[in-house]
Design a protein around this ligand. Structure first.
Ligand code: SAJ
Length: 430
């Protein structure tokens, strides 16, 4: 069975920490959630999440009501500390570890022999060892794994989260987890903690390997999406329907190409590959190029829309979120496209059914917000940026007479349909 944890603190109550704290509490553990955001803490203590995630609210309300989860702004003594804070990337693509370091500094004061410290945040290789050093300096009275190995009295592990926004409450329980300990005792303690709520397999390894595995998973997806985005440009040039090409190629038993879109957003896939590039000393040209291909896609979309529009066109931009059926606008390529079109002087109306107010950077550029029907009525050009359910279900008659650019391939009637080469195309062309 392994060790039993009665009280666990989760440091960082964001997109990963809050669902994890909730699921742990739902398994009967006393959970203390810690966050520096007092407003989020207050909302959580009323049983409400400060962001939308399917099925989170009901479970959160029940564990808060039952007194098994409470949120605070300062850490208190616990048996385990699970750190799930943001690890952004700076302007120059270097990892920014300030939140992880601040979280470690805040728990240092309440640590005691026998405690388990787990880092879940996506981090550059070497971060969990760095934390061990940092904590060792803050608490010279305790033995940490970097200096004492199996003799350490604080246990430390890196256990990356890998849940998909929109499916978090299911994936938290069902997904396999990588458990990367700094010594054997850390691995077995972390395995015991995750076993309280994970039904998937728990796979033990070392801390550095676990850190690399997490980065590799997201870099793999980024490279695959970059491949699809590059294909979409090539197919536009050759006037072939890229979605048909991909669907047909995927009939091959060993081919599985992802989907092109307006670019890659969110706080993970658009960020994490840079951690590899930064640490790879020039050995990651493919991963770096994939990032650049995906980052350049919004401007390509702007160019394609400009080719469809006239100088006075009113353009309806459908969707601002970073992906379908979410209200999450972080690093959204759709917002970049809308902003650039507004800067180019077009009259833009944006439709985002999942948010009530446009981001400031769009309001400042004169972008208007409307519901779907009103936006379509006013516009002569329609750009689909996010494959939200509402847009996929739109009747084709609503788009009659419009010039349409669909970045997600959800409206088959607007895909390229050419069985012959365009007049401008020659086999010898570059
Ligand atoms: N996208 C495409 N084409 C696709 C798939 C995605 O353009 O075929 C775009 C999306 O529209 C979005 C971006 O990529 O802008 C990322 O979306 P996503 O659904 O691929 O991933 P995230 O960022 O929501 O979550 C990822 C997941 N990682 C992997 O699937 C390897 C998730 O499991 C991780 O837990 C999460 O990153 C994370 O936190 O690291």
């Amino acid at each position: 069975m392994g060790r039993k944890f009665n009280k666990v603190s989760v440091i960082g109550l964001g997109y990963i920490g809050l669902p994890t704290a909730t699921v742990l509490a739902n398994r009967g553990v006393e959970v203390v959630g810690v966050d520096i955001n007092a407003k989020a803490v207050a909302e959580i203590n009323e049983g409400r999440a400060h962001f939308h995630e399917p099925d989170l609210d009901a479970m959160l309300e029940s564990v808060v009501k039952a007194g098994r989860l409470r949120a605070v702004t300062t850490p208190e003594a616990s048996e385990a500390f699970l750190i799930a804070v943001p690890t952004p990337v700076s302007e120059d693509a270097t990892p920014d570890l300030r939140y992880v370091e601040a979280a470690a500094a805040s728990i240092a004061l309440v640590l005691k022999a026998g405690d388990l410290v787990i880092l879940e945040s996506t981090s550059p290789v070497g971060t969990i060892e760095l934390l061990s050093h940092q904590l060792g300096i803050a608490r010279p009275d305790l033995k940490f794994p970097h200096g004492f190995g199996d003799e350490a009295d604080i246990l430390m592990a890196y256990c990356p989260e890998r849940i998909l926004p929109g499916r978090m409450m299911t994936e938290l329980v069902e997904n396999d987890r990588i458990i990367g300990g700094l010594n054997e005792a850390s691995v077995s303690a972390a395995m015991a903690l995750y076993r309280t709520f994970v039904r998937g397999q728990l796979v033990p390894t070392g801390g550095r390997t676990a850190e690399m595995v997490k980065l590799v998973e997201n870099a793999f997806r980024d490279v695959n999406i970059a491949f699809a985005n590059e294909l979409s440009k090539i197919c536009d040039h050759l006037r072939i329907d890229v979605w048909e090409v991909i669907a047909l190629a995927n009939h091959h038993p060993r081919v599985n190409i992802l989907n092109p879109g307006p670019g890659v957003g969110g706080h993970c896939i658009a960020v994490d590959p840079w951690f590899i590039v930064h640490s790879a000393n020039g050995l990651a040209p493919l991963i770096k190029t994939a990032r650049e291909v995906n980052d350049s896609k919004p401007m390509y979309v702007v160019g394609q829309v400009a080719a469809l529009a006239h100088p006075g066109s009113k353009i309806a931009c459908l969707g601002l979120a970073y992906k379908a059926d979410t209200d999450d606008l972080r690093e959204s390529p759709a917002i970049d496209v809308v902003e650039e079109l507004a800067l180019a002087g077009y009259d833009i109306v944006a439709v985002e059914p999942n948010v009530t107010e446009l981001p400031l950077r769009l309001r400042n550029k004169g972008v208007q917000q409307a519901d779907l029907e009103a936006a379509l009525e006013q516009s002569d050009v329609v750009v689909l940026l996010v494959d939200h359910r509402e847009f996929k279900e739109l009747a084709s008659s609503s788009l009659e007479g419009k010039r349409v650019y669909d970045t997600r391939g959800v409206w088959p009637q607007f895909r390229t349909r050419s069985h012959v080469a365009p007049a401008s195309f020659s086999i010898a062309a570059e």
